[in-house]
Design a protein around this ligand. Sequence first.
Ligand SMILES: [Zn+2]
Length: 225
Amino acid sequence: MSSKDFALGKRIQQLLMDNGLENPIINDNIAKWGELSHTNEMSNKFAEFLHLLGMDLTDSSIMKTSGRVVKFFINELFYGLDYKNFPRISSNINTFNYNSPLISTGITINSTCEHHLVAINGSAIVAYIPDKKFVGLSKLNRVVDFFARRPQVQERMTKQIFIALQEVLETQDVAVAINATHNCIVIRGVKDAATENLTLELGGKFLDDAVLKTSFYQKALSIQN
Ligand SMILES: [Zn+2]
């Protein structure tokens, strides 16, 4: 069975659109990914940009850079723009009634700032209280990674992951925290390499139960990148 689930991805996208949380994207262009003519057009346009920037693309070292970058964007850095890449979520019935929080820490965030196209690196904590079902643990990582692999804004990414997890886990009791450094802060402007940014989104019992809420905040504040 494929490790991807386009039907689920489309359902999640609709949910994000209903909540005003989808990235500004053009689905028709993403649908052309994989068409040779589309790949070539992207590559040619990017080569033109590099040429205008002043790079001599006749040099053997950088001759193939534009084509390589386009493939890298589609297959690695921005694969999360395409819902055909949404992970398949395997699940099991919660027969042993595990109803305590399940907390996954140290989930890697490799994302990209949509304003400067430089790296956002960090890690996430995801917690949920299983209701009727469990999902395979690595699926939490995969959902986080899917939304990270886009040109992003950290706040929106946090909410997207939160909403998608509530849907696939079939419970409101979900909490997400992301702590990240933004290369645009490191490199430009204030040039502060030490700044880490924490975003949180809590639902269900994580929001209503003061003890759970406080302990999740404490856990989130302790994330070390
Ligand atoms: Zn930026």
